[in-house]
Design a binder for this molecule. Structure first.
Ligand code: ZN
Ligand code: ZN
Length: 360
């Protein structure tokens, strides 16, 4: 069971204000809405110490009854901005905090003109709360990881030379959905040969050929929580260079994992992995950060990178995903998902990665 009351209390303590507004239309802040209430629809949430009020519309009347029967809700008929303004002005709210990275400039400007309340911008206090996962969240992330791994095992048995990246991606999504995923956690990255050198590639009609690297950066959503994992295979016998970069990335991955524990900085963990790649002469071929938090969203806090301001705490979920990308040749990334503990970390991803496996 998720203790939503506790989450709301923690939020109000964190923001040191009376009231917080979540505004979620077209998915602008579905993460906060879901985290604070369990509601998966659209609307606005006005949270104060005395009550949580959900403003939503007729599309969600039944859904509200099913998902959040305990929350006070009001069905609106006009537009949301008017409804939020009307509700705020009908209550005596001295100050109202908004998550400014989740609300449009237009919305905030309009709100400031039309309400009596002082509007206070904070970047995204709910995401700050979401950094440390509770046991139920870890259970759901683990379920998403396990489903992803089982799907990948099934996928690679059927991979053949001549299939296109798009066919592989579609097949994997089908397997994931069949196994109970709500959806893919992000657009699956299936990249063959030279395309694997593009870290955020979208699968196209490139056919798998003998000697290709095949990079699979994949994740599923289960019970509202995501997984994120990358494994790289060789189609048949790999070229020597592929084996070389694979082994460097593997060492970097393990060096990063070894640094993870409560109290470690995002900079230090990134640095440990990056050093391995730099020492091997590939500093220019690893441009992205080492990792990111995963939860309701696939990319969330904390960040592990040279610019990170995060200090790890037990219960955080983070990826460790060093890579080497050689333009025109291909790339390798090995991405694991770990839960930070006091002493180190629990690695949730157990899909083998200790050598460049041949498939196809
Ligand atoms: Zn990934
Ligand atoms: Zn990732």
């Amino acid at each position: 069971m998720i203790d939503y009351k506790k989450r709301i209390t923690s939020l109000l303590e964190r923001i040191e204000a009376d009231t917080f507004l979540v505004f979620n239309l077209e998915g602008t802040d579905s993460a906060s809405m879901y985290y604070l209430t369990g509601f998966t629809g659209e609307g606005a949430l006005i949270i104060s110490g005395s009550e949580t009020l959900l403003l939503t519309d007729s599309r969600y009347t039944e859904q509200v009854k099913r998902e959040v029967p305990e929350i006070a809700s009001k069905k609106i008929t006009g537009n949301y901005l008017d409804a939020v303004v009307g509700t705020i002005n009908s209550k005596s709210i001295p100050n109202l905090v908004i998550g400014s990275s989740r609300i449009s400039h237009y919305f905030v400007e309009t709100l400031k003109k039309r309400v009596e309340t002082v509007i206070v911008s904070m970047k995204d206090p709910v995401q700050e709360l979401r950094k440390v996962k509770d046991p139920e969240e870890i259970k759901r992330i683990r379920a998403a990881v396990n489903l992803t791994q089982a799907s990948l095992s099934e996928l690679i048995e059927g991979i053949k030379i001549g299939m296109t990246e798009r066919q592989v991606a579609l097949r994997l999504e089908f397997i994931m959905r069949e196994k109970g995923a709500e959806k893919v956690a992000f657009d699956l990255i299936i990249a063959a040969g030279e395309n694997s050198a593009l870290p955020h590639y979208r699968p196209k009609d490139r056919k798998l050929r003998q000697g290709d690297l095949l990079l699979c950066d994949i994740g599923a959503q289960v019970d509202g929580y995501c997984s994120d994992m990358t494994r790289v295979f060789s189609i048949g016998e790999p070229p020597t260079q592929a084996k070389e970069i694979y082994n460097i990335v593997l060492q970097a991955n393990r060096a990063g994992r070894d640094q993870v524990k409560a109290g470690a900085t995002g900079i230090a963990v990134d640095g440990a992995a990056r050093r391995v790649i730099t020492d091997a002469g590939h500093a220019d071929h690893f441009g992205h950060g080492l990792g990111h938090g995963v939860g309701i969203e696939v990319h969330e806090s904390p960040r592990l990178s040279p610019l990170s301001k995060d200090i790890l705490e037990a219960g955080m979920a983070a990826t460790i995903e060093p890579g080497i990308y050689l333009p025109g040749f291909g790339g390798v990334r090995i991405e694991d998902l770990v839960i930070v503990t006091e002493e180190g970390c629990d690695v949730l991803t157990s899909f083998p990665s200790d050598c460049l496996a041949q498939i196809g």
